[in-house]
Design a binder for this molecule. Structure first.
Ligand SMILES: CC(C)(COP(=O)(O)OP(=O)(O)OC[C@H]1O[C@@H](n2cnc3c(N)ncnc32)[C@H](O)[C@@H]1OP(=O)(O)O)[C@@H](O)C(=O)NCCC(=O)NCCS
Length: 146
């Protein structure tokens, strides 16, 4: 098994998270949004570190006993090694400990690796939003009870 360290994100991780986003996401988050993910008390940011390098991160925002997972990204060089699976498991465990009862997320309909990851973690589809990410780019809405 990989010697993965999963820990809370800190403000010193912002640049590395932005670099992860820029290599992987069509509309990367602004640094301010990443900073608030780390500093706001209703948000959770976890980092997966491999040999001192940030390999993946995940962020969630909670309201009362529900949480929405905003993003999960594994660096391109580290994909397909089970890192997102372990990070996602750690996030769900942490959210449950925080008292969260239900978790939601949106994912682009043709993002097969992400949908496979979420289904593997027990998420099920409950809806669909047409053109959510732009023309022809529908969102699949998924949720899981913790
Ligand atoms: C989605 C993502 C985070 C997965 O990260 P990862 O570390 O490679 O994931 P894992 O190695 O833990 O694999 C998790 C599952 O995803 C699926 N998967 C991984 N790569 C896949 C691929 N290329 N095609 C189809 N399914 C794939 C598999 O079901 C895998 O589980 P398994 O190995 O037990 O079969 C990564 O592909 C990524 O960063 N994508 C770009 C950002 C993104 O789209 N994030 C989601 C936005 S909502």
């Amino acid at each position: 098994m990989l010697d993965l360290v999963i820990r809370q994100g800190t403000l010193s991780d912002v640049q590395a998270i932005m670099a992860l986003e820029q290599g992987s996401i069509e509309h990367p988050w602004e640094s301010k949004a990443i900073e608030t993910l780390i500093t706001d008390s209703n948000k959770t940011c976890l980092i997966a570190e491999l040999d001192g390098t940030i390999a993946a991160y995940v962020g969630a925002e909670s309201v009362l006993d529900e949480s929405n997972i905003g993003n999960i990204v594994t660096h391109k060089d580290y994909r397909g090694r089970g890192i997102a699976t372990r990070l996602f498991d750690a996030l769900l465990k942490e959210l449950k400990e925080q008292g969260i009862a239900k978790v939601f997320l949106e994912v682009e309909h043709d993002n097969a690796p992400a949908i496979a990851l979420y289904e593997k973690s027990g998420f099920t589809k409950y809806g669909h939003r047409r053109d959510y990410y732009g023309p022809g780019k529908d969102a699949v809405l998924m949720s899981k009870e913790l």
